[in-house]
Design a protein around this ligand. Structure first.
Ligand SMILES: NC(=O)c1ccc[n+]([C@@H]2O[C@H](COP(=O)([O-])OP(=O)(O)OC[C@H]3O[C@@H](n4cnc5c(N)ncnc54)[C@H](OP(=O)(O)O)[C@@H]3O)[C@@H](O)[C@H]2O)c1
Length: 213
């Protein structure tokens, strides 16, 4: 499969490398500067399965687009994609704000980043996923033989199995978390991981799992 990744930073880089290495997918990074050191390092790490172009070029090449920009850049990045009718967008962003008490969510409860992304991405199907754990866990989601959990929320029931399969290929235990409005829950869940990592001394090497009886 051809996957476009818009936002070639910590998250985009980890996902691109993992999908190329674990599942053989072709990765096209949609970037503002294809010659940037970080982009070139990713090209070298992934090898022949990777290429980089403008955001519009990457989006045009792929059926699945990962949105992994900082939240303030999300709307501009989607507008830069051009015609995305019929594409699947996996929204990994979290609407983070920094204030006197540290990092918090800028929006929540009555709207989510995922729903806002869907509002900007007319004609595409947006799924909220890959936002609830650190990028290190996206590279390696397995702890002592146990898969960490990753949720997928989205309204496009016909394409949800495809998204679940794609995220499963990274090594996660993938759970359908319902409609896109449940991005409100997933973004709050992400904030818990961030708070534990940054403010409660857990560091980045921990993850949530779903236990079943
Ligand atoms: N870090 C994590 O562990 C983690 C985990 C889950 C979710 N997230 C979420 O994932 C998103 C990315 O996080 P990150 O840590 O990967 O950030 P990051 O390392 O700062 O990378 C962000 C990337 O987005 C690019 N970018 C910025 N504006 C853009 C635009 N208008 N068009 C195209 N690309 C643009 C930047 O490229 P330039 O070089 O051009 O600026 C950079 O490569 C955030 O929303 C974050 O909340 C992060």
């Amino acid at each position: 499969m051809k996957i476009a990744i818009v936002g070639a930073g910590n998250v985009g880089g980890a996902l691109g490398l993992a999908w190329a290495q674990k599942a053989g997918h072709e990765i096209c990074f949609g970037v503002r500067d294809a010659k940037a050191d970080g982009v070139q390092a990713l090209m070298r790490a992934i090898g022949s399965k990777a290429r980089a172009g403008s955001v519009a070029e990457a989006a045009a090449l792929a059926d699945v687009i990962i949105l992994s920009t900082p939240w303030p850049a999300a709307e501009a990045a989607i507008r830069a994609m051009g015609n995305i009718k019929g594409k699947l967008i996996l929204d990994a962003t979290n609407p983070l704000a920094r204030g006197p008490d540290g990092i918090s969510l800028e929006i929540g409860h009555s709207i989510s980043a995922g729903e806002k992304v869907q509002g900007w991405a007319a004609g595409a199907s947006v799924f909220k996923t890959l936002n609830t754990t650190g990028f290190g866990n996206m590279a390696n989601p397995v702890y002592n033989g146990v898969k960490s959990v990753m949720f997928v929320a989205g309204d496009d029931a016909a394409n949800k199995p495809k998204v679940i399969e794609l995220v499963s290929q990274l090594g996660f235990d993938v759970v359908d978390a319902g409609p896109l409005r449940n991005a409100r829950l997933l973004e709050a869940h992400a904030m818990l991981w961030i708070d534990l990592a940054v403010a409660r001394g857990q560091g980045r090497d921990f993850a949530f799992a779903l236990l079943r009886r």
